[in-house]
Design a protein around this ligand. Structure first.
Ligand code: BGP
Length: 479
């Protein structure tokens, strides 16, 4: 058997993309709640002033807040060992700056955790997944401000204390390196400079100084959270979470190779070097200078970073791209830049499918950091067809996942220490980048559509039965 016996098979979701109940039981507004629906080729909008009659997908999402028992039961039926979900910060601290947590929010996640435990499913909790309290954006432009560290730690203390003994694995920030690109400013960091007018999500006016200063604050917050977690419960294990944006030189021209190396430094290593090694890399100084960024640091910051390195490394992996020194158009769907790879096919959303890139990613990260790894997002966003007989025959998704699991096994044979695999959107949910329902990832189909119709019924796709068999055989039977 290639994979370890205690391998954490499961699936992943995020609160703002699945819960709904956006204003119930004391929940405050998050930055996800001010984003409208959109679709591929037609960006969603950021509306700081909520609009009457506009469609906001996070309001109902897939009603997981009310249906989590039904959903977790289906996960258990597939044999999940692990469920990665996020806590909505705004259910615990509605504006972000309250002195006391909201009991209804704490109780809700306690029920979710207990429900997982009932089936022997290990919770893996993302503390902040693209849903900064909008109250903090209004108060201090969120992570741009150093004050955020205190608000974040209050939130961490509340959940670390409450769930002590019931949870083992935590992730501080989802895809923290999304803020190496403009796309991370609002979702990841809550940065919004115009609080009056709507902005097109893909065209947010960008100020790199804010993003990188914000990242410095997030690194400190993450490091302090790691230390706090260990103090509260020595059994807690805290990981980072990054996008692994696999990137290859477009040609063997040394100019392309160098551009690619610089891309990797900026997008794949800049954040994880700090979170895993406890210090900024040698290349950070020049990189920041060329971006026109000057970091404000305080005495003691270096020590905090050093003391709060993560216990394990987690990442999302969907696609790869190529880098070139030539002036070529960014490939459609390449949210972090890069051009198309002529050897690869792409999804309907332009994401280039590259299973071998996952083996490359695992070897690269393990070789660089030597810490246990976990693939906490992977999957194919696709349009599914619900047949008249109620079946959903998603063979394309099975193919995608099979090929990625094969490469994961290769990496384990290469010697990589891999803890688990939680494919993204194990139940269909709202897309983060486009705000639509049509981009489906799940093993479970949700009857809900972008025009606002649908009854939210859950239906098992063909991949549901396939994944169940994969888990039952610990990845040996992938047919
Ligand atoms: C990651 C996010 C998720 C998720 C996923 C798929 O970037 O962590 O929240 O949604 O990608 O992306 P999308 O929903 O845009 O297809």
């Amino acid at each position: 058997m290639v994979l370890p016996e205690n391998f954490l098979w499961g699936g992943a979701t995020a609160a703002n993309q699945c819960e709904g109940a956006w204003d119930r039981d004391g929940k405050g507004v998050s930055v996800a709640d001010i984003c409208t629906g959109g679709k591929f080729g037609q960006s969603k909008r950021i509306t700081p002033v909520l609009e009457e009659g506009t469609f906001y997908p996070s309001r109902e999402a897939i009603q997981h807040y009310d249906r989590f028992r039904e959903d977790i039961k289906l996960f258990a039926e597939m044999g999940f060992k692990c469920y990665r979900f996020s806590i909505a910060w705004t259910r615990i601290f509605p504006n972000g700056d309250e002195a006391e947590p909201n009991e209804a929010g704490l109780r809700h996640y306690e029920e979710v955790i207990d429900e997982c435990r009932k089936y022997g499913i290990e919770p893996l909790i993302t503390i902040s997944h693209y849903e900064v309290p909008f109250g903090l954006t209004k108060k201090c432009n969120a992570w741009v401000s150093r004050e955020m560290i205190g608000y974040f730690l209050n939130y961490c203390r509340a959940i670390f204390t409450r769930y002590k003994g019931k949870v083992k694995y935590w992730l501080t920030f989802n895809e923290i390196n999304s803020s190496s690109a403009p796309i991370g400013a609002l979702l990841n960091q809550g940065i919004l400079n115009d609080l009056k007018n709507p902005t097109v999500f893909m065209d947010q006016p960008d100020i790199p100084q804010q993003r990188y200063q914000g990242l410095h604050h997030m690194f400190l917050a993450s490091a302090l959270a790691v230390q706090m977690a260990h103090e509260i419960d020595p059994n807690y294990r805290v990981g980072n979470m990054m996008i692994y944006s696999a990137s290859y030189p477009l040609t063997c021209n040394p100019d392309d190779v160098l551009v690619c190396q610089q891309y990797n430094n900026r997008y794949n290593y800049y954040c994880t070097d700090v979170q895993a090694r406890g210090e900024y890399s040698y290349f950070a100084k020049r990189m920041l200078k060329e971006l026109g960024v000057t970091l404000q640091m305080e005495p003691g910051d270096a020590e905090i970073l050093k003391k709060g390195t993560v216990d394990f490394i987690t990442f999302s992996y969907y696609m790869s791209s190529c880098q070139t020194a030539q002036n070529m158009e960014t490939g459609e769907g390449n949210l972090l830049g890069g051009v198309k790879n002529p050897y690869l096919k792409a999804s309907d959303w332009g994401w280039q499918i590259d299973p071998k890139g996952l083996r490359y990613a695992l070897n690269d990260l393990y070789g660089r950091y030597g810490k246990p790894l976990m693939v906490v997002e992977n999957g194919l966003g696709a349009k599914d067809t619900l047949e008249a007989d109620g079946t959903i025959n998603d063979d394309y998704r099975i193919d995608y996942l099979r090929q990625h699991i094969e490469q994961m096994k290769e990496a384990v044979e290469d010697g990589v220490d891999l803890m688990g695999y939680t494919p993204w959107g194990c139940i269909d949910l709202v897309s983060a980048s486009t705000g639509e329902y049509a981009k489906r990832y799940g093993f479970i189909y949700v009857r809900r559509y972008d025009d606002g119709t649908g009854d939210f019924a859950r239906l098992k796709k063909k991949s549901f039965y396939w994944y169940k068999k994969v888990i039952a055989t610990n990845g040996e039977d992938l047919d």
